[in-house]
Design a protein around this ligand. Sequence first.
Ligand code: PEP
Ligand code: MG
Length: 325
Amino acid sequence: LNDKVRELAADQAVTKDGKVIALHINTGLAADFDVAKGLAVDGIGLFRTEIPFMVRQRFPSESEQVELYRHVLESYPDKPVCMRTLDVGGDKPLPYFPIEEDNPFLGWRGIRLTLDHPEIHLIQMRAMLHASRHTGNLSILLPMVTSINEVEESLRLLKQAHSELCEELSCEIPWPKVGVMLEVPAAIYQIGQLSTLVDYFSIGTNDLTQYLLAVDRNNARVASLYDYYHPGVLQALHFVIQQCQLHGTPVTVCGEMAGEPIGILLLLAMGCNSFSMSAQNLLKAKWILKHISSDDACQFLKEVAILSEPAQIRDVIVSKLEHAG
Ligand code: PEP
Ligand code: MG
C-alpha cells in the first residue's frame, strides 16, 4: 500500500467539502473482519445473524450464540454493532428448518417467522443482550417489518428477554438501541409511527428494490429489470430519507447500493450521511467521497431526476465521475 492509500484507509470518511460521513461494514462471516483490518470504520451496520445459522447442522444453542455474538461485539468494542435478528426464509434456507412455499419472497421470512416462533426470537435476543453485557454497543435490527404490531411484539419480547437476564445474572444489562429495516414498501409509509417506537432505520435497498419493482432479486430471467437506479426506486429512496429527517430518526443504507459509487453519491444527495457496505467496498467509497462535494452530488441527482432509464442514469454519473478523475 502506498502512503496515500494508507492514509485514506486510516481516515474517517469525509466529502470534498468536509462533510463527515459514517461508514459501517456489513458482515456475517469471520472473513469479513480480516478484509476490514487496517480500515477505519464507524462500526458494524449489519451483522447478518442468519449466516452462522445457515452453516450449522442445527439451531445454535443460547450459549453458542452468546459466544458468537460476543466475538462480533468485541471486535468493535467502542463502536455500534447492529445485529439483525434472524432473517431466514426467502432466499436464505436453514437446512434443518425446511420451508415449502410457492412464493418464498412473499412468504414466511424474517420477523414473520421469528414472531411465529417466539422461542427462537427470545433466545436470540437473550443471547445478544448477554453478549453485550460488558461492551454495551449492541443495536438490534428487525428485518422484513411490514406492520407496527410486529415491532411492538418484538419490543415486548425484548423487554422480557432483558428483565429475565438481568435477574438471572443479577446485573444491569445495557438496554440496546433498536432499529427497523425499511425493505417492505408498506413500511416506508409508516415511518412517522415507527419513529415513535424505534431509535433508527436501515434501508435495505436489495429487498426494497425487488418489492418495489416486483422483480425477484435472484431470478436470472428478469435480472435486467432489477435495478436500484430505476427512477421509481430512486424517488422512493428520496422520500424515505426525507421522511426519516422529518421525524428526526437517524437513517442508514445497508443494501448493496450503498457500496456502489453511483449509489453512494445519489444517496448522499438525498441527504443520507450514513452507509453500511461490504468491507471490500469501503476504500473505494472513501475515495469517491473525498473527491466529490455534496453540491456536486446534488447536481448529479438533479440531472438524473429527469431521466427515465436506469442505463441513462448510470451513464450520466459514470461520465461525471470520470470527469472528476
Ligand atoms: C437488503 O435487503 O437490502 C439487505 C441489506 O438485507 P439482505 O440483503 O440480507 O436481505
Ligand atoms: Mg433484506
